[in-house]
Design a binder for this molecule. Structure first.
Ligand code: NAD
Ligand code: ZN
Ligand code: ZN
Length: 344
């Protein structure tokens, strides 16, 4: 099969011909229906050797859904042809975090690893999933729709859910960066909370999309953004700010529109920094980074999609256009979420 792979650090990925793998004991071979194209892959392509604990080569694509094709020895209760979402963080399965399905906090597995991140992912016709524990039934969702829910959906769901206690009626949530993840965040905020939602982006097209997905207000991310958001919140700032970019500029903006006792949650991995000292931030502001969500949370995200409360804004592309799609993502030209469909 053809696979789009990281073969060298700080070099463009390559198309390679590799064998369709056989599932070993406990493993499942999944025929890929959709593999979402996440901005994190652009960061992975830029990191120098040694920054991430991944051996090369590996196939990209960490947002996957498809159909069970074949199971290895000892795998029970999974049948060929079953449509499944692939949970993306492959933990040890035995530590206290993994035992409750929170492999995103696994105490033993290498940082941020799973299919498409250190292990072979979904930018190929097939991928091996090391345990049926990582497969969640789709219950009627199309794998091409479901694939981005495993990361863009799950990550933002987790980030919103941990702050629901501050999102009371009359509260405000600001989402900075309404691309693949941010557009899911807006819909999830709308589905789960009464907060007024302010979407912020540099792109007016993305802001228009955010508005149709439920944003109450939209603000262009420029040097007037702080003043606009302060005005919209009567000088109080927002109870929740999700920074889904994470650059110096967006972190600064996030701090400047956060509210006393609010939450500022960093989702984006652009590597920016901001100063944090006693007088520079609102009193008792909680700052956190987040990483994915748990397997139970993935079932909750899929349930929201099955109920029609959230919908992936997907653009479908064949596998041979993967390089072009990453280029378009880098240029900010993907309007929602690009999804590679290796099997058509
Ligand atoms: P994307 O490219 O689809 O969207 C990014 C959006 O940010 C775009 O709409 C872009 O116009 C906007 N943007 C860029 N600069 C901006 C600025 N200065 N102000 C406001 N908006 C700006 O990317 P994505 O796939 O949604 O990923 C977003 C970030 O989230 C990436 O850094 C990615 O690595 C990260 N991510 C984190 C996790 C996690 O678990 N923490 C998971 C997945 C992705
Ligand atoms: Zn991702
Ligand atoms: Zn573990």
């Amino acid at each position: 099969m053809k696979a789009y792979r990281m073969t060298k650090w700080q070099a463009p990925p390559e198309f390679c011909d590799i064998d369709i793998p056989e599932p070993g004991p406990g493993e499942v071979l999944v025929k890929v229906g959709g593999a979402g194209v996440c901005h994190s892959d652009l960061h992975v392509m830029e990191y120098p050797e040694g920054a991430l604990p991944y051996p090369l080569p590996f196939t990209l694509g960490h947002e996957n859904a498809g159909w069970v094709e074949k199971v290895g020895a000892g795998v029970r209760d999974v049948t060929a042809g079953e449509p499944v979402a692939v949970y993306a963080v492959w933990g040890c399965g035995r530590c206290a975090a993994c035992l409750v399905g929170a492999d995103n906090y696994c105490e033993k597995a290498p940082l941020f690893s799973g299919g498409g991140l250190g292990f072979n992912g979904g930018m190929a016709s097939h991928m091996i999933v090391p345990s049926a524990r990582f497969l969640v039934p789709l219950n009627g969702l199309d794998p091409r729709e479901a694939a981005p829910l495993t990361d863009a959906g799950l990550t933002t769901y987790h980030a919103v859910k941990r702050s629901l206690s501050v999102l009371t009626p009359g509260s405000t949530a600001v989402v900075i960066g309404v691309g693949g993840l941010g557009q899911m965040a807006v819909q999830i905020l709308k589905a789960l909370s009464p907060a007024r939602i302010i979407a912020v982006d540099v792109s007016t097209e993305k802001l228009a999309a955010a508005k149709t997905l439920g944003a109450d207000e939209v603000v262009v991310s420029d040097d007037r953004a702080t003043a606009s958001i302060q005005e919209l919140t009567h000088g109080r700032g927002a109870e929740l700010v999700l920074d889904v970019v994470g650059s110096d500029a967006t972190l600064q903006l996030a701090l400047s529109v956060s509210r006393r006792l609010g939450h500022l949650t960093l989702v984006g991995i652009a590597g920016g920094q901001a100063s944090f000292n006693y007088l520079s931030v609102p009193t008792e502001l909680s700052l956190a980074s987040t990483f994915y969500g748990s397997i139970p949370e993935l079932t909750e995200v899929l349930t929201l999609a099955q109920a029609g409360k959230i919908k992936t804004q997907s653009e479908l592309y064949p596998l041979d256009q993967a390089a072009l799609v990453y280029k378009r993502l880098h240029e900010g030209k993907i309007q929602g979420r690009a999804v590679i469909t290796p099997n058509g």
